[in-house]
Ligand binder design. Structure first.
Ligand code: ATP
Ligand code: MG
Length: 405
């Protein structure tokens, strides 16, 4: 069917009292940004619904993109018909016929936002229901859980028909909860944590530590490509790369091996906190899950978290690996995450890290280092770029290489 608009129903934000307008405005802004590749669209955001007028744009492509905008409970592709019941009944019949199967049940749901219309909701339900029953002999009406629910909405500018309700991404519009720094490795967990942070309305900036020449260009590109996978949820995402080689070499040289991991992590967190401070971030997010590996015990979190008073939020903290993997597959980061490019933490991982590091020891060992100048050097080498949805980084190098041959 040739749809004329997508009708969007808001998610949780409907309950947000006074902030409602801000939420709706932000959602409309995000929808426009996420759908910028469809120039003909017109987005109209009202208090209870949003209408995305298609003006000839491909409804399926628009809906595919819309599925990745947080703050939407569900949406329905709709057809606009003149305010003439003869025209409405033909379109209604066509819609039902298209989806008809043997033994199908249906129901008409009419809603009037224009109460001046000459028929009321019951009359419209009866009229359309009767017409459909007469023209599709094998169909039955069912009030509870029908196979097909035909929604009819009478508005001042026309009558809108829809028969499908498609789940949206849920959550809150990105940007309504402030900004957070996301510590992104190339692993499975942190991209999922990033997705969950965005789902609660947080605008994230990725912070990625890399250690050339110990880590390859491909490892860095993998983190960028993971960011590109997540970017459609936010429009685009800033990617901050932090050179970490000097810190890792120094820590490896001067700190006993049992505390290598703890002290390295303290540096990472310090830098993330500093970046947050400079860039108006309100929190730090990471992909730690309790008990998953040595560095992810409560003792370890205490010893690492010590370096900043800023909240460090861990969206996947209580999830099992299987649960995290399931989300990674849904958001299509899993296959990328399991590509074997070494992360800086893997390469500098000590053979037997302390699973229960002591805070006093971590502080003592660290005090041997010139923390300020190490951090200053790392900060001097950061690079910030903006990554858009669908950008690729991993193949780029291989292609460039192939061209040289
Ligand atoms: P992930 O799957 O996200 O890599 P993990 O289970 O492998 O997590 P660790 O390697 O211990 O766990 O890392 C814990 C968290 O520390 C990561 O989820 C990430 O938030 C952060 N982190 C680790 N390495 C880096 C890195 N190179 N750059 C930025 N953050 C990192
Ligand atoms: Mg990891």
């Amino acid at each position: 069917m040739e749809y004329s608009e997508i009708m969007v129903r808001y998610g949780e934000l409907s309950t947000k009292g006074k902030n409602r307008r801000n939420f709706i405005d932000r959602l409309a802004y995000n929808v426009r940004k996420n759908l910028h590749q469809f120039p003909e669209l017109v987005v109209k955001a009202h208090r209870d619904r949003m209408h995305i007028q298609l003006h000839g744009e491909d409804s399926q492509a628009v809906m595919d993109s819309l599925k990745r905008v947080f703050g939407i409970q569900n949406f329905s592709p709709s057809i606009k018909v003149e305010r003439d019941m003869e025209a409405v009944k033909e379109t209604a019949l066509k819609m039902v016929k298209e989806q008809f199967f043997d033994g199908m049940t249906f129901k008409i749901n009419t809603r009037r936002s224009d109460h001046d219309f000459e028929y009321d909701t019951n009359q419209i339900n009866d009229f359309l229901g009767g017409y459909i029953l007469k023209n599709i002999p094998k169909i039955k009406v069912k009030m509870k859980e029908p196979d097909l629910r035909l929604r009819v909405e009478v508005r001042k500018n026309g009558i809108f028909l829809s028969s499908q309700t498609i789940d949206g991404a849920g959550g809150m519009p990105v940007g309504t909860a402030g900004k957070g720094m996301m510590m992104l490795s190339g692993g499975i967990d942190s991209p999922v944590a990033a997705y969950l942070a965005m789902k609660r309305g947080v605008e994230i900036e990725m912070v990625h530590f890399f250690s050339p020449p110990y880590t390859s260009e491909q490892a860095l590109n993998k983190a960028k490509e993971l960011t590109a996978k997540l970017a459609p949820y936010a429009g685009h995402i800033k990617f901050i790369e932090v050179p970490f080689t000097e810190i890792q070499e120094t820590v490896k040289h001067d700190v006993p091996s049992g505390y290598l991991m703890t002290v390295q992590r303290r540096f990472m967190l310090r830098i993330a906190a500093l970046l947050a401070q400079k860039r108006n971030g309100l929190a730090i997010f990471n992909g730690e899950s309790l008990g998953q590996v040595a560095s992810q015990t409560l003792e370890s979190m205490l010893a690492i978290n010590d370096v900043t008073p800023m909240p460090v939020l861990r969206p996947v903290v209580s999830m099992d690996k299987n649960e995290i993997i399931k989300i990674a597959q849904q958001i299509d980061t899993f296959d990328l995450s399991i590509k074997p490019f070494e992360d800086c933490c893997t390469i500098f991982a000590p053979p037997s890290p302390k699973t229960k590091p002591r805070l006093d020891r971590a502080r003592d060992y660290e005090a041997r280092l010139d923390i300020d100048s190490l951090i200053e050097h790392a900060m001097a080498g950061i690079k910030v770029s903006e990554i858009k949805g669908g950008e690729t980084f991993l193949n780029q190098q291989a292609e460039e290489f192939a061209e040289l041959l």
